[in-house]
Design a protein around this ligand. Structure first.
Ligand SMILES: NC(=O)c1ccc[n+]([C@@H]2O[C@H](COP(=O)([O-])OP(=O)(O)OC[C@H]3O[C@@H](n4cnc5c(N)ncnc54)[C@H](OP(=O)(O)O)[C@@H]3O)[C@@H](O)[C@H]2O)c1
Length: 367
Protein backbone atom coordinates (compact mmCIF):
# COMPACT_ATOMS: atom_id res chain seq x y z
CA UNK A 1 0.00 0.00 0.00
CA UNK A 2 2.85 2.34 0.95
CA UNK A 3 3.94 2.85 -2.64
CA UNK A 4 0.55 3.19 -4.24
CA UNK A 5 -0.57 6.48 -5.78
CA UNK A 6 -3.35 8.09 -3.68
CA UNK A 7 -6.54 8.66 -5.67
CA UNK A 8 -9.50 10.92 -4.87
CA UNK A 9 -12.95 10.27 -6.30
CA UNK A 10 -15.23 13.19 -7.04
CA UNK A 11 -18.82 11.95 -7.37
CA UNK A 12 -17.89 8.87 -5.34
CA UNK A 13 -21.46 7.93 -4.35
CA UNK A 14 -22.82 7.74 -7.93
CA UNK A 15 -23.01 4.85 -10.41
CA UNK A 16 -19.60 5.58 -11.89
CA UNK A 17 -18.09 6.53 -8.51
CA UNK A 18 -19.08 3.11 -7.17
CA UNK A 19 -17.44 1.40 -10.16
CA UNK A 20 -14.19 3.27 -9.44
CA UNK A 21 -14.26 1.92 -5.90
CA UNK A 22 -14.97 -1.61 -7.11
CA UNK A 23 -12.30 -1.56 -9.83
CA UNK A 24 -9.65 0.10 -7.66
CA UNK A 25 -9.97 -2.35 -4.79
CA UNK A 26 -6.67 -4.30 -5.03
CA UNK A 27 -5.39 -2.16 -7.92
CA UNK A 28 -1.60 -2.66 -8.05
CA UNK A 29 -0.73 1.03 -8.63
CA UNK A 30 -3.59 3.11 -7.20
CA UNK A 31 -5.30 3.38 -3.82
CA UNK A 32 -8.50 5.31 -3.05
CA UNK A 33 -7.79 7.71 -0.17
CA UNK A 34 -10.41 10.47 -0.59
CA UNK A 35 -14.09 10.39 -1.47
CA UNK A 36 -16.21 13.44 -2.24
CA UNK A 37 -19.79 14.01 -3.31
CA UNK A 38 -22.53 16.63 -2.82
CA UNK A 39 -23.47 18.40 0.41
CA UNK A 40 -26.08 15.65 0.89
CA UNK A 41 -23.27 13.15 1.43
CA UNK A 42 -20.29 15.05 2.80
CA UNK A 43 -19.58 14.64 6.50
CA UNK A 44 -21.12 11.14 6.54
CA UNK A 45 -19.37 7.74 6.36
CA UNK A 46 -19.45 6.48 2.75
CA UNK A 47 -21.36 3.35 3.77
CA UNK A 48 -24.22 5.54 5.01
CA UNK A 49 -24.11 8.20 2.31
CA UNK A 50 -23.99 5.86 -0.71
CA UNK A 51 -26.63 3.41 -1.79
CA UNK A 52 -24.22 0.67 -2.91
CA UNK A 53 -25.63 -0.88 -6.11
CA UNK A 54 -22.88 -3.27 -7.23
CA UNK A 55 -22.77 -7.04 -6.95
CA UNK A 56 -19.49 -7.20 -4.96
CA UNK A 57 -19.40 -6.18 -1.29
CA UNK A 58 -18.59 -2.58 -0.43
CA UNK A 59 -15.01 -2.72 0.94
CA UNK A 60 -15.08 -2.17 4.71
CA UNK A 61 -12.33 0.45 4.68
CA UNK A 62 -14.28 2.49 2.12
CA UNK A 63 -17.57 2.10 4.02
CA UNK A 64 -15.94 3.76 7.04
CA UNK A 65 -14.29 6.58 5.08
CA UNK A 66 -15.89 9.97 5.68
CA UNK A 67 -17.17 11.68 2.52
CA UNK A 68 -15.35 14.99 2.10
CA UNK A 69 -16.71 18.23 0.69
CA UNK A 70 -16.05 18.51 -3.04
CA UNK A 71 -13.26 21.05 -2.67
CA UNK A 72 -9.58 20.63 -3.43
CA UNK A 73 -8.42 21.96 -0.06
CA UNK A 74 -11.01 21.16 2.55
CA UNK A 75 -9.98 22.15 6.08
CA UNK A 76 -10.50 18.62 7.39
CA UNK A 77 -9.18 16.47 4.55
CA UNK A 78 -7.38 17.92 1.52
CA UNK A 79 -7.82 16.10 -1.79
CA UNK A 80 -4.92 14.07 -3.23
CA UNK A 81 -3.30 15.22 -6.47
CA UNK A 82 -4.99 12.64 -8.70
CA UNK A 83 -8.76 12.97 -9.01
CA UNK A 84 -11.07 10.58 -10.84
CA UNK A 85 -14.15 12.70 -11.52
CA UNK A 86 -17.70 11.56 -12.25
CA UNK A 87 -20.16 14.37 -11.63
CA UNK A 88 -22.78 15.83 -13.97
CA UNK A 89 -21.48 18.10 -16.72
CA UNK A 90 -22.92 21.30 -15.21
CA UNK A 91 -21.13 20.63 -11.92
CA UNK A 92 -17.95 19.44 -13.62
CA UNK A 93 -17.78 22.64 -15.65
CA UNK A 94 -17.30 24.63 -12.44
CA UNK A 95 -15.52 22.10 -10.29
CA UNK A 96 -12.93 20.39 -12.49
CA UNK A 97 -11.01 23.61 -13.36
CA UNK A 98 -10.81 24.42 -9.62
CA UNK A 99 -9.09 21.12 -8.97
CA UNK A 100 -6.81 21.49 -12.02
CA UNK A 101 -5.89 25.01 -10.89
CA UNK A 102 -4.63 23.69 -7.55
CA UNK A 103 -2.30 21.24 -9.28
CA UNK A 104 -4.55 18.18 -9.54
CA UNK A 105 -4.62 15.76 -12.45
CA UNK A 106 -8.36 15.53 -13.13
CA UNK A 107 -9.22 12.41 -15.10
CA UNK A 108 -12.85 12.93 -15.94
CA UNK A 109 -15.90 11.09 -17.15
CA UNK A 110 -17.99 14.15 -17.66
CA UNK A 111 -18.81 15.71 -21.02
CA UNK A 112 -18.05 19.25 -19.78
CA UNK A 113 -14.61 19.60 -21.42
CA UNK A 114 -14.46 16.67 -23.85
CA UNK A 115 -14.72 18.85 -26.93
CA UNK A 116 -12.52 21.71 -25.67
CA UNK A 117 -9.65 22.09 -28.15
CA UNK A 118 -6.94 21.90 -25.44
CA UNK A 119 -8.46 18.95 -23.55
CA UNK A 120 -7.55 15.42 -24.59
CA UNK A 121 -10.49 13.08 -25.20
CA UNK A 122 -8.71 9.76 -24.98
CA UNK A 123 -9.17 6.04 -25.33
CA UNK A 124 -5.64 4.65 -24.85
CA UNK A 125 -5.93 1.93 -27.53
CA UNK A 126 -7.07 4.55 -30.04
CA UNK A 127 -5.38 7.92 -29.53
CA UNK A 128 -2.98 7.98 -26.59
CA UNK A 129 -0.90 10.53 -28.53
CA UNK A 130 -3.70 13.11 -27.94
CA UNK A 131 -2.64 13.21 -24.26
CA UNK A 132 0.01 15.66 -25.39
CA UNK A 133 -2.76 18.31 -25.37
CA UNK A 134 -2.46 18.63 -21.58
CA UNK A 135 0.66 20.70 -22.27
CA UNK A 136 -1.65 23.26 -23.94
CA UNK A 137 -3.70 23.82 -20.77
CA UNK A 138 -3.15 26.95 -18.67
CA UNK A 139 -3.31 25.01 -15.38
CA UNK A 140 -0.50 22.73 -16.51
CA UNK A 141 1.80 25.70 -16.90
CA UNK A 142 0.71 27.42 -13.68
CA UNK A 143 0.26 24.58 -11.17
CA UNK A 144 1.02 21.34 -13.02
CA UNK A 145 -2.69 20.43 -12.96
CA UNK A 146 -4.65 19.33 -16.02
CA UNK A 147 -7.90 17.75 -17.26
CA UNK A 148 -8.08 14.58 -19.35
CA UNK A 149 -11.42 13.12 -20.41
CA UNK A 150 -12.84 9.86 -21.64
CA UNK A 151 -15.77 9.75 -23.99
CA UNK A 152 -19.46 9.16 -23.70
CA UNK A 153 -20.15 5.50 -22.92
CA UNK A 154 -21.73 4.67 -26.28
CA UNK A 155 -19.00 6.40 -28.33
CA UNK A 156 -16.39 4.36 -26.45
CA UNK A 157 -17.43 0.89 -27.67
CA UNK A 158 -18.07 2.17 -31.18
CA UNK A 159 -14.68 3.86 -31.49
CA UNK A 160 -12.84 0.81 -30.26
CA UNK A 161 -14.53 -1.35 -32.90
CA UNK A 162 -13.99 1.25 -35.64
CA UNK A 163 -10.33 2.11 -34.99
CA UNK A 164 -8.71 -1.00 -36.57
CA UNK A 165 -11.09 -0.70 -39.54
CA UNK A 166 -10.25 2.96 -39.99
CA UNK A 167 -6.51 2.22 -39.81
CA UNK A 168 -6.58 -0.46 -42.51
CA UNK A 169 -9.40 0.55 -44.83
CA UNK A 170 -10.51 4.08 -43.92
CA UNK A 171 -14.09 5.00 -43.00
CA UNK A 172 -16.25 7.48 -44.89
CA UNK A 173 -19.70 7.03 -43.32
CA UNK A 174 -21.03 5.67 -40.02
CA UNK A 175 -24.66 4.89 -39.19
CA UNK A 176 -25.32 3.62 -35.67
CA UNK A 177 -28.39 2.74 -33.61
CA UNK A 178 -27.84 2.18 -29.89
CA UNK A 179 -29.75 0.19 -27.28
CA UNK A 180 -28.44 1.68 -24.05
CA UNK A 181 -28.63 0.25 -20.53
CA UNK A 182 -30.37 2.07 -17.69
CA UNK A 183 -27.17 2.32 -15.59
CA UNK A 184 -25.97 4.82 -18.19
CA UNK A 185 -28.42 7.32 -16.71
CA UNK A 186 -26.90 7.11 -13.22
CA UNK A 187 -28.86 6.25 -10.08
CA UNK A 188 -31.87 6.24 -9.72
CA UNK A 189 -31.93 7.08 -13.43
CA UNK A 190 -34.99 6.36 -15.57
CA UNK A 191 -38.17 5.69 -13.59
CA UNK A 192 -39.15 2.00 -13.67
CA UNK A 193 -42.63 2.98 -14.90
CA UNK A 194 -40.99 4.58 -17.94
CA UNK A 195 -38.55 1.81 -18.88
CA UNK A 196 -40.14 -1.57 -17.97
CA UNK A 197 -41.93 -3.14 -20.94
CA UNK A 198 -40.67 -0.24 -23.01
CA UNK A 199 -38.03 1.42 -25.21
CA UNK A 200 -37.40 5.15 -24.95
CA UNK A 201 -36.18 6.58 -28.27
CA UNK A 202 -34.51 9.67 -26.80
CA UNK A 203 -31.53 10.30 -24.50
CA UNK A 204 -30.83 14.00 -24.05
CA UNK A 205 -27.72 15.19 -25.98
CA UNK A 206 -26.55 11.60 -26.53
CA UNK A 207 -26.72 11.57 -30.31
CA UNK A 208 -24.82 14.86 -30.55
CA UNK A 209 -22.15 13.56 -28.14
CA UNK A 210 -21.73 10.32 -30.08
CA UNK A 211 -21.45 12.12 -33.39
CA UNK A 212 -18.86 14.68 -32.28
CA UNK A 213 -16.82 12.60 -29.83
CA UNK A 214 -16.43 9.63 -32.20
CA UNK A 215 -14.87 11.84 -34.84
CA UNK A 216 -12.57 13.61 -32.34
CA UNK A 217 -11.37 10.27 -30.92
CA UNK A 218 -10.63 8.98 -34.43
CA UNK A 219 -9.08 12.32 -35.44
CA UNK A 220 -5.43 13.35 -35.79
CA UNK A 221 -3.43 15.52 -33.41
CA UNK A 222 -2.11 18.25 -35.67
CA UNK A 223 -0.15 21.04 -34.01
CA UNK A 224 -2.10 22.33 -31.03
CA UNK A 225 -5.46 20.65 -31.67
CA UNK A 226 -7.19 17.57 -33.04
CA UNK A 227 -8.56 17.50 -36.57
CA UNK A 228 -11.64 15.24 -36.41
CA UNK A 229 -11.91 12.24 -38.73
CA UNK A 230 -13.38 13.39 -42.02
CA UNK A 231 -16.37 11.05 -42.06
CA UNK A 232 -20.14 11.50 -42.07
CA UNK A 233 -21.84 10.08 -39.03
CA UNK A 234 -25.38 9.73 -37.72
CA UNK A 235 -26.57 8.15 -34.45
CA UNK A 236 -29.97 7.03 -33.12
CA UNK A 237 -29.85 6.55 -29.33
CA UNK A 238 -32.42 4.51 -27.40
CA UNK A 239 -32.80 3.55 -23.73
CA UNK A 240 -33.78 -0.11 -23.22
CA UNK A 241 -34.62 -2.18 -20.10
CA UNK A 242 -31.12 -3.66 -19.64
CA UNK A 243 -29.15 -2.97 -16.45
CA UNK A 244 -25.58 -2.84 -17.82
CA UNK A 245 -24.18 -3.05 -21.36
CA UNK A 246 -24.82 -0.89 -24.41
CA UNK A 247 -25.61 -2.72 -27.66
CA UNK A 248 -25.07 -0.92 -30.97
CA UNK A 249 -26.06 -1.82 -34.55
CA UNK A 250 -23.53 -0.25 -36.90
CA UNK A 251 -23.33 0.23 -40.69
CA UNK A 252 -20.19 1.67 -42.27
CA UNK A 253 -18.97 2.79 -45.65
CA UNK A 254 -15.27 2.09 -45.94
CA UNK A 255 -12.63 4.42 -47.35
CA UNK A 256 -10.22 3.73 -50.17
CA UNK A 257 -7.00 2.94 -48.28
CA UNK A 258 -6.90 -0.60 -49.67
CA UNK A 259 -7.61 0.41 -53.29
CA UNK A 260 -10.22 -2.40 -53.53
CA UNK A 261 -13.22 -3.58 -51.48
CA UNK A 262 -12.28 -5.15 -48.13
CA UNK A 263 -13.12 -8.82 -47.58
CA UNK A 264 -15.00 -10.07 -44.51
CA UNK A 265 -11.98 -12.03 -43.27
CA UNK A 266 -9.82 -8.90 -43.56
CA UNK A 267 -12.16 -6.98 -41.22
CA UNK A 268 -12.20 -9.92 -38.79
CA UNK A 269 -8.38 -10.00 -38.90
CA UNK A 270 -8.20 -6.24 -38.23
CA UNK A 271 -10.27 -6.75 -35.07
CA UNK A 272 -8.39 -9.86 -33.93
CA UNK A 273 -4.95 -8.33 -34.45
CA UNK A 274 -5.77 -5.01 -32.75
CA UNK A 275 -3.63 -5.02 -29.58
CA UNK A 276 -2.00 -1.60 -29.43
CA UNK A 277 -1.32 -1.72 -25.67
CA UNK A 278 0.28 -5.18 -25.66
CA UNK A 279 3.51 -5.21 -23.67
CA UNK A 280 2.87 -1.93 -21.81
CA UNK A 281 1.81 -3.75 -18.64
CA UNK A 282 -1.20 -1.50 -17.94
CA UNK A 283 -3.19 -3.39 -15.27
CA UNK A 284 -6.66 -2.56 -16.67
CA UNK A 285 -5.89 -3.11 -20.36
CA UNK A 286 -7.62 -6.28 -21.61
CA UNK A 287 -5.46 -8.75 -23.48
CA UNK A 288 -7.96 -8.69 -26.35
CA UNK A 289 -9.69 -5.27 -26.60
CA UNK A 290 -12.07 -6.49 -29.33
CA UNK A 291 -13.46 -10.03 -29.27
CA UNK A 292 -15.40 -11.62 -32.11
CA UNK A 293 -18.55 -13.58 -31.18
CA UNK A 294 -19.10 -16.30 -33.78
CA UNK A 295 -22.71 -17.26 -32.91
CA UNK A 296 -25.32 -15.43 -34.99
CA UNK A 297 -27.35 -14.35 -31.93
CA UNK A 298 -24.45 -12.62 -30.15
CA UNK A 299 -23.31 -10.30 -28.63
CA UNK A 300 -25.91 -10.02 -25.87
CA UNK A 301 -25.62 -7.82 -22.76
CA UNK A 302 -26.20 -10.55 -20.18
CA UNK A 303 -23.82 -13.00 -21.83
CA UNK A 304 -21.03 -10.79 -23.13
CA UNK A 305 -20.73 -7.58 -21.09
CA UNK A 306 -18.13 -8.96 -18.66
CA UNK A 307 -15.64 -10.17 -21.26
CA UNK A 308 -12.14 -8.91 -20.39
CA UNK A 309 -13.47 -7.91 -16.92
CA UNK A 310 -15.85 -5.50 -18.67
CA UNK A 311 -13.05 -3.84 -20.69
CA UNK A 312 -13.43 -5.87 -23.90
CA UNK A 313 -15.84 -4.85 -26.65
CA UNK A 314 -17.62 -7.78 -28.29
CA UNK A 315 -18.45 -7.63 -32.00
CA UNK A 316 -20.64 -9.99 -33.98
CA UNK A 317 -22.92 -10.43 -36.98
CA UNK A 318 -20.55 -8.90 -39.53
CA UNK A 319 -22.30 -8.99 -42.90
CA UNK A 320 -22.66 -6.92 -46.08
CA UNK A 321 -24.91 -3.85 -45.84
CA UNK A 322 -27.20 -3.04 -48.78
CA UNK A 323 -26.98 0.70 -48.13
CA UNK A 324 -23.38 1.20 -46.91
CA UNK A 325 -20.64 -1.48 -47.19
CA UNK A 326 -20.71 -3.56 -43.97
CA UNK A 327 -22.88 -3.90 -40.88
CA UNK A 328 -22.25 -5.48 -37.48
CA UNK A 329 -23.37 -5.46 -33.84
CA UNK A 330 -21.21 -4.47 -30.87
CA UNK A 331 -21.60 -4.58 -27.13
CA UNK A 332 -19.64 -2.81 -24.40
CA UNK A 333 -20.02 -2.48 -20.66
CA UNK A 334 -21.09 1.12 -20.16
CA UNK A 335 -19.97 1.72 -16.57
CA UNK A 336 -16.71 -0.27 -16.91
CA UNK A 337 -15.21 0.21 -20.41
CA UNK A 338 -17.58 3.13 -21.01
CA UNK A 339 -16.84 5.04 -17.79
CA UNK A 340 -14.85 4.06 -14.67
CA UNK A 341 -12.59 1.51 -16.38
CA UNK A 342 -11.86 4.05 -19.10
CA UNK A 343 -10.77 6.68 -16.57
CA UNK A 344 -8.56 4.18 -14.77
CA UNK A 345 -6.98 3.05 -18.07
CA UNK A 346 -6.35 6.71 -18.98
CA UNK A 347 -4.62 7.20 -15.62
CA UNK A 348 -2.53 4.07 -16.17
CA UNK A 349 -1.54 5.33 -19.62
CA UNK A 350 -0.58 8.73 -18.17
CA UNK A 351 1.44 6.94 -15.49
CA UNK A 352 3.27 4.86 -18.08
CA UNK A 353 4.13 8.08 -19.96
CA UNK A 354 5.48 9.63 -16.75
CA UNK A 355 2.76 12.29 -16.69
CA UNK A 356 0.73 11.11 -13.65
CA UNK A 357 2.92 10.88 -10.56
CA UNK A 358 5.95 9.47 -12.23
CA UNK A 359 8.09 8.72 -9.21
CA UNK A 360 5.34 7.16 -7.13
CA UNK A 361 4.04 5.03 -9.99
CA UNK A 362 7.49 3.91 -11.02
CA UNK A 363 8.17 2.86 -7.43
CA UNK A 364 4.83 1.00 -7.21
CA UNK A 365 5.46 -0.74 -10.49
CA UNK A 366 8.96 -1.81 -9.33
CA UNK A 367 7.84 -2.88 -5.87
N1 LIG B 1 -23.34 5.93 -15.88
C1 LIG B 1 -22.62 5.79 -16.98
O1 LIG B 1 -22.65 4.75 -17.65
C2 LIG B 1 -21.72 6.92 -17.45
C3 LIG B 1 -20.87 6.65 -18.53
C4 LIG B 1 -20.02 7.64 -18.99
C5 LIG B 1 -20.03 8.88 -18.39
N2 LIG B 1 -20.87 9.14 -17.35
C6 LIG B 1 -20.82 10.48 -16.76
O2 LIG B 1 -20.29 10.39 -15.45
C7 LIG B 1 -20.89 11.38 -14.62
C8 LIG B 1 -21.53 10.70 -13.42
O3 LIG B 1 -22.48 9.76 -13.86
P1 LIG B 1 -23.21 8.75 -12.85
O4 LIG B 1 -23.95 7.84 -13.72
O5 LIG B 1 -22.25 8.20 -11.87
O6 LIG B 1 -24.22 9.76 -12.07
P2 LIG B 1 -24.94 9.59 -10.66
O7 LIG B 1 -25.16 8.16 -10.33
O8 LIG B 1 -26.12 10.48 -10.72
O9 LIG B 1 -23.88 10.22 -9.60
C9 LIG B 1 -23.60 11.59 -9.52
C10 LIG B 1 -22.54 11.85 -8.47
O10 LIG B 1 -22.29 13.27 -8.42
C11 LIG B 1 -22.41 13.72 -7.08
N3 LIG B 1 -22.86 15.11 -7.02
C12 LIG B 1 -24.08 15.63 -7.34
N4 LIG B 1 -24.08 16.96 -7.13
C13 LIG B 1 -22.85 17.29 -6.67
C14 LIG B 1 -22.25 18.51 -6.27
N5 LIG B 1 -22.90 19.68 -6.31
N6 LIG B 1 -20.95 18.48 -5.86
C15 LIG B 1 -20.26 17.32 -5.83
N7 LIG B 1 -20.79 16.12 -6.18
C16 LIG B 1 -22.06 16.12 -6.61
C17 LIG B 1 -23.43 12.78 -6.45
O11 LIG B 1 -23.31 12.86 -5.04
P3 LIG B 1 -24.59 12.64 -4.04
O12 LIG B 1 -24.78 11.15 -3.93
O13 LIG B 1 -24.10 13.25 -2.78
O14 LIG B 1 -25.76 13.32 -4.65
C18 LIG B 1 -22.96 11.46 -7.04
O15 LIG B 1 -21.81 11.01 -6.33
C19 LIG B 1 -21.87 12.14 -15.51
O16 LIG B 1 -21.22 13.28 -16.04
C20 LIG B 1 -22.17 11.15 -16.60
O17 LIG B 1 -22.58 11.76 -17.79
C21 LIG B 1 -21.71 8.18 -16.86
Amino acid sequence: MRNKVPIGILGATGMVGQRYIQLLENHPWFEVTWLAASDRSSGRPYGEAAKWRLDTPLPERIAKTMVSPAEPASASNAAPKIIFASVDAAIAREMEPKFAATGCAVISNSSAFRMAPNVPLVLPEVNADHLHLIEEQPWRKESGGYIVTNSNCSAMGLVLALKPIEERFGIEQIFVTTMQAVSGAGYPGVASMDILDNVVPFIASEEEKMETETLKLLGKLEGHAVTPLNAKMTAHCNRVPVVDGHTECVSIKLGKKLGRPAKREEILAAWAEFKPLAGLGLPSAPEQPIEWAEQNDRPQPRLDRNRGKGMTVTVGRLRPCNVLDWKFVLLSHNTVRGAAGATILNAEMLASLGKLEPTAVAAAARG
